[in-house]
Design a protein around this ligand. Structure first.
Ligand SMILES: NC(=O)c1ccc[n+]([C@@H]2O[C@H](COP(=O)([O-])OP(=O)(O)OC[C@H]3O[C@@H](n4cnc5c(N)ncnc54)[C@H](O)[C@@H]3O)[C@@H](O)[C@H]2O)c1
Length: 268
């Protein structure tokens, strides 16, 4: 099961897993993009099925978990990659990102005022998709995994923003920090059911979500690249490879861990 499988990291993970023989459910709010991912999976000789899912909707999550069992007869790996960087984020809409950056130009010069004026609905939207959406997806899949008694591996998508306040806007860093703590707590709760729960905390990866960085003034991005010893973004496949390790028996003694494919960001 891969939520957010219609683009970026989720899509790369779906294709990577399928190439290793996994049957994949590709769940995404953008159903057409999920279907495109299924096409990419089939192109590498893999099996996948797409479903339109809003991760904040419990019925949608239930339908996606049931689809895995009905279509493939099991459910043992869950990757929760659906996420947003800000309330109006719409994956793949680059013009929308340019508009968002423009609207925030004043806030960069007066960050304290921006906090005072922050719209709480925007905060709640990011928390709902990134935190509740992660939990709902896990709950729906977990209930089937417990019935099936086959154990498994759950992989959440946190971020370097889970631990570093500079790696995103206020709602985003709060949401990713919550996803990381949720991961550790679930690891402790689910060990008894032979289900491991780990997280990936990527640095800046080249997807729609980081396209906004390329639109920023050079003085801001220079500082950002200076903070990354490798001096560049990573690729979605770098995260898919980490997810593959966490999904496989090669990581069988890992639970409650976070891996940071980040080009050295956390060496400071
Ligand atoms: N790109 C990065 O640098 C980076 C770094 C750290 C963490 N992450 C995290 O990795 C995950 C994937 O991000 P990405 O970079 O691949 O972005 P992306 O925009 O390419 O992919 C996100 C996917 O999630 C889907 N989605 C958004 N809201 C949804 C909802 N309510 N229900 C179902 N699907 C929804 C989108 O349609 C999209 O297909 C996110 O959780 C993100 O926060 C990304």
């Amino acid at each position: 099961m891969i939520t957010g499988g219609g683009n970026g990291i989720g899509r790369a993970t779906a294709v990577r897993f399928a190439a290793e023989g996994a049957s994949v459910v590709v769940a995404d709010i953008q159903e057409a993009k999920a279907q495109e991912t299924v096409g990419l999976v089939e192109a590498v000789g893999g099996k996948a099925v797409a479903i339109g899912v809003d991760v904040v909707n419990r019925d949608d999550n239930d339908a996606m978990a049931q689809l895995a069992v009905d279509t493939f007869g099991g459910l043992d790996i869950v990757v929760t990659a659906a996420g947003i960087s800000h309330a109006s984020y719409d994956s793949g809409d680059i013009e929308n990102e340019a508009k968002w950056l423009q609207e925030r130009a004043d806030q960069v010069d007066d960050p304290a005022r921006a906090v005072a004026d922050m719209d709480i609905d925007e905060f709640r939207k990011v928390m709902a998709v990134n935190v509740e959406g992660t939990l709902f997806g896990i709950q729906a899949c977990l209930s089937r995994m417990l019935d099936l008694k086959t154990g498994g591996s759950i992989i959440t998508l946190a971020s370097i923003a889970a631990k570093h306040p500079d790696a995103g806007p206020l709602p985003y860093v709060c949401s990713k920090s919550a996803v990381w703590m949720m991961t550790k707590k679930l690891a402790r709760e689910l060990a008894v059911a032979d289900i491991r729960v780990n997280s990936i905390g990527p640095g800046f990866i080249e997807t729609s979500m980081t396209a906004v960085i390329d639109m920023m003034p050079e003085d801001r991005t220079d500082a950002l690249w200076d903070g990354i010893p490798m001096g560049r973004k990573g690729q979605p496949i770098d995260i898919a490879n980490a997810a593959l390790f966490l999904a496989s028996d090669e990581s069988r003694y890992f639970t409650g861990e976070i891996l940071h494919p980040d080009g050295g960001y956390f060496t400071e």
